[in-house]
Design a protein around this ligand. Structure first.
Ligand SMILES: NC(=O)c1ccc[n+]([C@@H]2O[C@H](COP(=O)([O-])OP(=O)(O)OC[C@H]3O[C@@H](n4cnc5c(N)ncnc54)[C@H](O)[C@@H]3O)[C@@H](O)[C@H]2O)c1
Length: 428
């Protein structure tokens, strides 16, 4: 696709990174937006970008500076919502794309949020716990100008967790001088977190997987599942598929790949990862492989649940699977999407498959406002219903328009966002 884009000066047109991937996805949905397409440029520009310097004192007395970001892509449907990522490869292009995918995702499952995302360019494994706390608190203070319970609500993403959210909430509460429980989600239960939030994304991936499998005539019982990433999303999805009788035949993380055609013992693998920090060295498996060989493993369901741009055109050629459930954000490039469509692989896109996390984040936020907390069963049941309904709506659009599930999700979501944009009108 050769559509030209008016690019902001801070992007490198030669290397757009994940933002370029997102722009191509918008190009694909635009012909389906009818009269709303006059507003489509709104989706190609983040509403607001904040780049901050985050200095901390290291334990050895030196001063280190890190680059931090918060991007609010679109707020037509509600306050910004999206995670915070701590990773050495975080770039502005990546945070922009992740914020835009949050706009689409929140609209796809119809929760009343816009899209936002944040990140710090840091490898948190190189920091002590004290340094990590200082980094988180200073970052929160720098972005406190634009976040807040009714403005923009961060949550965990890669390498951030309940503890990081607790520090964020406490820092924001100190600055504001009030409780501010609803400023972040994914908090510990003891300070206003929601039951079921930790597992929500993986659970949502599983629910979407059950729906997709039914459409493809794949039985979950005995289905061969391969997973890249064994963290919050991949690890929980692995447990849920294994509990439902599927065989998790391969898991890859940043340390290595483990494979067992008879099905890995997922509970034992969790213990191993908790002890040594990765899947590498897990005993009793059939083989460890070259990193790229992972993509050639034959499976029924493949779950990329690590980082973006993993399934490139070359990887897509290699894949031998029936269904891809995108636990990660942006794991598949548009070129790979075309190859997978030709190969008749059913791709359940990130903006649908991993929306369970933000859905329960929404429940957490609602519970915080009323200080009235729901049971885990209630949360899981509501989550399952929202995921099933969203899948059904997307499937219908895909059938009606004869498009992939990704384009169908974008049609549904972008229509909702741009309808809100249009009815609000432009200020002033
Ligand atoms: N946590 C959430 O609620 C949530 C919600 C929606 C989407 N996501 C997306 O899911 C993905 C994973 O997030 P998470 O919260 O599980 O993160 P996490 O930090 O808990 O886990 C990340 C996993 O990816 C693995 N990994 C990292 N680099 C890798 C590499 N080069 N090759 C193979 N594996 C690698 C890590 O070893 C780890 O197992 C991200 O794309 C994130 O944006 C997360």
């Amino acid at each position: 696709m050769t559509t030209q884009h008016a690019l902001p000066s801070y992007l490198n047109a030669e290397d757009l990174g994940p933002w370029g991937q997102y722009l191509k996805q918008i190009d694909r949905v635009t012909p389906h937006l009818g009269s709303l397409s006059r507003w489509v440029e709104t989706l190609k520009r983040p509403k607001r970008i904040l780049v901050v310097d985050v200095p901390i004192e290291r334990d050895d007395g030196t001063i280190a500076h890190y680059e931090g970001y918060r991007v609010q892509h679109n707020m037509s449907r509600g306050p910004g919502k999206g995670g915070v990522r701590f990773h050495q490869d975080v770039t502005l292009s990546e945070v922009m794309a992740l914020s835009a995918w949050m706009t689409v995702k929140n609209a796809a499952v119809n929760v009343p949020y816009g899209g936002a995302k944040g990140g710090i360019r840091v490898d948190p494994k190189t920091l002590s716990k004290g340094e990590l706390q200082r980094l988180t608190r200073r970052y929160t203070s720098e972005i406190s100008l634009i976040i807040g319970p009714t403005k923009d609500i961060p949550a965990p993403d890669v390498n951030t967790n309940e503890q990081v959210m607790a520090w964020m909430m406490d820092s924001y509460a100190m600055i504001e001088g009030n409780l501010s429980t609803g400023v972040v989600t994914g908090k510990p239960i003891s300070m206003g977190g929601s039951l079921g939030r930790r597992e929500a994304t993986g659970r949502g991936v599983f629910v979407a997987g059950v729906e997709a499998a039914a459409k493809r005539g794949v039985k979950i019982e005995g289905a061969r599942v391969a997973i890249q990433g064994f963290g919050n999303v991949g690890g929980v999805a692995a447990t849920m598929f294994a509990n439902a009788g599927a065989k998790v035949i391969a898991v890859q993380d940043h340390t290595g790949t483990v494979v067992h055609s008879g099905g890995l013992d997922v509970a034992q693998l969790h213990k191993h990862v908790a002890e040594v920090g990765g899947v590498k060295g897990f005993p009793g498996v059939e083989q460890f492989m070259e990193r790229d060989a992972f993509w050639g493993i034959e499976s029924d369901i493949l779950i990329p649940a690590a980082l973006e741009q993993q399934i490139t055109a070359a990887v897509a050629q290699q894949l031998r699977t029936k269904i891809i459930l995108e636990g990660a954000n942006g794991p598949t490039t548009p070129e790979a999407d075309d190859i997978l469509a030709d190969k008749d692989v059913l791709v359940v896109p990130d903006v649908l498959a991993n929306a369970g996390g933000v859905t329960v984040s929404y429940f957490e936020w609602v519970q915080d406002f009323s200080s009235f907390f729901w049971s885990e069963d209630e949360i899981n049941a509501r989550l399952t219903r929202i995921m099933q309904d969203a899948f059904k709506s997307v499937w219908e659009v895909a059938q009606e328009k004869n498009v992939t599930l990704r384009t169908a999700t974008f049609i549904l979501a972008c229509t909702r966002v741009l309808q809100a944009r249009e009815v609000r009108g432009l200020y002033p």
